[in-house]
Design a protein around this ligand. Structure first.
Ligand SMILES: *[C@@H]1O[C@H](CO)[C@@H](O)[C@H](O)[C@H]1NC(C)=O
Length: 278
């Protein structure tokens, strides 16, 4: 009986999490709770940053592999100094992490989308992009696809970055620690905009960023067969996806750690030296 029951609740959990969730159901506000707000029946979340503090949330559950989609509308106007984040992370010294961070800018100057990956406590895998639209005007969808073979970052369904599992070549890959989903809006004017040159203009505060329709299609830490049968569990990039990713990287990528020989003067990270097809 117990077995049947746990099977049923397990399936229910999987099925529930496959649908567009509710912020009430899926997250806890963990920072600046007095200013962050869930609205629209749980579909919409507003994060706020003022002089006193920023705000942020964390998922109630942790996940091992999954596809997470969320729509974001970033701080409008003069957002210099502010950073809006959407990321997954585990805890501890040897933590894993997958990051989307949006670095604000002066009105009319472009946001920077900063991405990074930590495996076993080590990051330093930044890639940065401009966006091909104004991310403050409308909602756009940002997604993390994480399976045992790869991590893919997507913007409006277009892959912008892929990090492959190259453990066979000695490159650590996040695949044994469950991660929670997090988001925050905070002040980082010591580094965010033009490397910290442009400071936050507090006369524009409070700053607001909006998160909509968080969709979690992910596995719990005990990877069940039902989970491994999901489409995203084995998904890679089609030829068309690869072409689109190359297009984005050619036109909009402004920083690639794999090209930064000044920073890695002692040698580029191992994955940078593997053939792209590896
Ligand atoms: C802000 O705008 C400047 C000028 O266009 C640009 O160099 C910079 O990359 C932009 N983004 C950030 C986060 O500094």
């Amino acid at each position: 009986m117990w077995v049947v029951w746990s099977l049923v609740s397990c399936l229910a959990l999987l099925i529930r999490s496959a649908h567009g969730g509710s912020f009430y159901q899926d997250i806890d506000l963990i920072w600046g709770q007095n200013k962050a707000k869930i609205m629209g029946n749980g579909r919409l979340l507003e994060l706020v940053l003022d002089r006193e503090s920023g705000s942020g949330f964390k998922s109630k559950n942790d996940y091992l592999f999954g596809r997470i989609d969320v729509q974001l509308k970033l701080v409008a106007g003069n957002s210099a100094g502010t950073v809006t984040t959407f990321y997954m992370t585990s805890l501890g010294d040897a933590h894993d992490e997958i990051d989307f961070e949006f670095l604000g800018n002066l009105s009319g100057d472009p946001y920077v989308l900063h991405t990074n990956i930590y495996a076993q406590g080590k990051g330093n895998r930044e890639m940065q992009f401009y966006l091909w639209f104004d991310p403050t005007r409308n909602f756009h969808t940002y997604s993390i696809l994480w399976n045992p073979q790869r991590i893919i970052f997507l913007v409006d369904g277009i892959p912008i970055r892929e990090f492959k599992n190259n453990e066979a070549a000695g490159v650590p890959f996040p695949r044994s620690q469950a991660m929670g989903i997090r988001g925050s809006l905070w002040d980082a004017d010591n580094w965010a905009t033009r490397g910290g040159l442009v400071k936050t203009d507090w006369s524009q505060a409070p700053f607001r960023a909006f998160y909509r329709d968080l969709a979690i299609d992910a596995c719990a830490w005990w990877t069940s067969p039902a989970c491994a049968a999901r489409g995203w569990y084995r998904q890679g990039l089609s030829r068309r996806d690869q072409r689109r990713m190359r297009w984005v990287q050619r036109r909009y990528m402004i920083y690639d750690y794999c090209k930064d020989v000044k920073r890695f003067w002692q040698g580029l990270p191992r994955e940078c030296k593997l053939p792209a097809a590896a």
